[in-house]
Design a protein around this ligand. Structure first.
Ligand code: C5P
Ligand code: MG
Length: 318
């Protein structure tokens, strides 16, 4: 479902560019929707053509998970992130849930605050993730219970996700899901949505279970919203499936997600799509500056699917 974009405060130059993009014909009608904002439509179209010309064999897709592949809201209610899915009485007690919610209230507004720089946010994000992981570890969460918690969580991927995942699988285009959420939960959501195809790779915070399947910690370096560059260089760059693919379609919902492509060795073409879900007025300007395409309060995969169809409908597409 797509909501019309509200009038948002942006500089005149950007407003004119957006007006031009809405009123000019394009090979991709989806880009003329009022919920789509682009600062440089010509650049977007040139990049798309170059990617189409190079063919799907040169393409990789890098996507964030929470609030990018999964929905921000459904039927007017916030949909859960992978961390929030853990708020289930099978896994954690009321006390822990209450503490996690308190932390969310404190730190989420900081995460999305457009007046703070990433440098200012980073220590606070580390604090948030560390506190929450510590709370979770105390709960002795059982691995066997995760699937049921996901099933009963109300988590839902964006409308049209099947087309997105299935087309990438069909064309053997690697999809790297790069998430600061909880990897075990993320994998379960993708599995239960029946789209965990062999071309899907996940980089995330994975739980570490003891021999009895009880949570005892988290594996590897902590990934939060604003250190994805480090993760990209350390964990994504070595993946052989991605190494020889210099064209990247990147999807995210945070400015921090733009760093997910920093591990690509010799990028030729990079097209970035940002879902602007929350605090639209306050963040529109920075999103339009940073992402090639901004989707405002759009809970669907309609635009990413149209981009993908266009890019992969060239010469060596099946
Ligand atoms: O997949 P993605 O990288 O988006 O996952 C991170 C998201 O998880 C953040 O945007 C953050 O708002 C959310 N989060 C949460 N609860 C936490 C930590 C992060 O909902 N305790
Ligand atoms: Mg996200």
């Amino acid at each position: 479902m797509t909501y019309p974009v509200p009038w948002i405060k942006i500089p005149v130059r950007t407003a004119l560019a957006i007006w031009y993009q809405w009123t000019t014909r394009t090979e991709l009608p989806e880009l003329s929707k009022v919920s789509v904002l682009m600062r440089q439509r010509n650049k977007v179209e040139n990049t798309l053509r170059a990617m189409q010309h190079a063919g799907p064999g040169t393409l990789q897709v890098i996507s964030d998970f929470d609030m990018t592949l999964s929905r921000f809201a459904h039927h007017g209610k916030r949909a859960p992130t992978t961390h929030n899915i853990l708020d289930h009485r099978l896994l954690i007690d009321e006390d822990c849930a209450c503490n996690m919610r308190k932390l969310l209230k404190i730190y989420y507004p900081i995460e999305i605050d457009p007046s703070l720089t990433s440098e200012q946010k980073i220590p606070l994000m580390v604090e948030w993730w560390t506190k929450v992981h510590h709370l979770l570890i105390q709960q002795k969460i059982q691995r066997d219970m995760l699937a049921q918690a996901v099933q009963e969580s109300g988590v839902i991927l964006r409308e049209g996700y099947e087309v997105f995942f299935d087309r990438l699988a069909e064309l053997q285009v690697p999809l790297l899901i790069f998430s600061a959420g909880v990897g075990d939960i993320l994998e379960e959501v993708v599995r239960q949505s029946q789209v965990f195809h062999p071309n899907v790779h996940v980089i995330s915070n994975y739980m570490d279970f003891d021999a009895n399947g009880v949570l005892r910690g988290f594996k590897g370096p902590l990934i939060h919203t604003f250190n994805k560059r480090e993760g990209a260089l350390l964990l994504a760059a070595p993946l052989p499936e991605l190494r020889e693919r210099p064209n990247v379609l990147l999807l995210g919902d945070s400015l921090g997600d733009l760093a997910m492509a920093d591990g690509v060795a010799r990028p030729h073409n990079l097209l970035t799509v940002g879902f602007l879900n929350d605090q639209v007025e306050e963040r529109a300007e920075s999103y339009v500056e940073a992402f090639d395409i901004v989707l405002v309060k759009d809970e669907s995969m309609e635009v990413p699917n149209a981009l993908l169809k266009f890019i992969t409908s060239g010469k060596d597409a099946k």
